[in-house]
Design a protein around this ligand. Structure first.
Ligand SMILES: Nc1ncnc2c1ncn2[C@@H]1O[C@H](COP(=O)(O)OP(=O)(O)OP(=O)(O)O)[C@@H](O)[C@H]1O
Length: 256
């Protein structure tokens, strides 16, 4: 590679993922032949109908699942060569249904930094910073997950991920349970992080208009395959929406 070519931060090379069956049969494909590169500070939306493979793709990139074949690289280093704690420091996933694992909000926010052996004062400063940035009211801090609504839990899960200060943030429908004002405030924070810290964002989002407004690039997954990978500004939302609706209808008919 010459000095003028920027180096990919994340690279997927011909990644396949099959369901595991007990027999020797490899199962049916969840993701097929997925290859793409991601550069620092990109904001990428992942679109596709239910079951297209979006969450499976995020789980692979967070190494919660191993590819059946193909390779994933972070900064040119193959995933299997990177210790799990180091990888998850760099690549953090916020799932749709996040749990606080019996902790209070305060404990859950501190926990990832405690695990990393950070000094108490630094932990408190970082937690206070993000609690303030995300407008999390102080009275939430002593609550546990049963005392929070799903939107409140979603916001706490995002705060916990931001506190880690990952290089790559993976978000599975991050605004699905949030009100419009909170969702748009969050999007502004993501944009700021991408622009000032070069944080890379990959986000599954069913709201295509929001995805196009917020993201620089859009990946369209269909039946486990990467159908399109384009700058978000070049995506024709009307035809993408029509093709998603058609695929949803077809999938629903197959169920009947
Ligand atoms: N552990 C698993 N074992 C078997 N099949 C799985 C497993 N995980 C996912 N699948 C299947 O893989 C396909 C893709 O699932 P995935 O959750 O990635 O889709 P998605 O695009 O995120 O859907 P949604 O929008 O509904 O969240 C689905 O057909 C699903 O049933």
């Amino acid at each position: 590679m010459d000095n003028l070519t920027p180096q990919a931060q994340l690279r997927l090379e011909q990644v396949n993922l099959f369901t595991k069956l007990k027999s020797n049969h490899q199962g049916y494909p969840i993701l097929q032949n997925i290859s793409f590169q991601v550069f620092p500070g990109e904001r990428i939306a992942i679109a596709g109908v239910t079951g297209a493979g979006k969450t499976s793709l995020l789980r692979l990139i967070n190494r919660l699942t191993e590819p059946s074949s193909g390779k994933i690289y972070l900064d040119n280093q193959e995933y299997r060569q990177i210790p799990a704690i180091q990888l998850r420091q760099a690549v953090t996933l916020v799932l749709q249904e996040s749990k606080l694992l019996g902790m209070t909000v305060q404990q859950a926010l501190e926990y990832p930094l405690v695990l990393r052996g950070m000094p108490k004062q630094t932990i408190q400063q970082r937690v206070s910073h993000w609690v303030e940035q995300l407008h999390i009211p102080n009275d939430w801090l002593a609550k546990n997950e049963l005392q929070l609504s799903s939107g409140q839990r979603q916001l706490v899960a995002i705060a916990r991920a931001l506190i880690i200060q990952p290089k790559i943030l993976l978000l599975d429908e991050p605004t699905s349970a949030l009100d419009v004002g909170t969702a748009s405030h969050l999007m502004q924070i993501f944009i700021q992080l991408a622009e000032t810290q070069q944080t890379t964002i990959l986000m599954v989002n069913h709201q295509l208009d929001l995805a196009q407004m917020f993201c620089t690039r859009l990946l369209h997954l269909h039946q486990g395959q990467l159908l399109a990978d384009k700058p978000a500004s070049e995506v024709d939302l009307v035809s993408l929406q029509a093709s998603l609706t058609q695929a949803e209808t077809q999938a629903a008919e197959e169920w009947i």
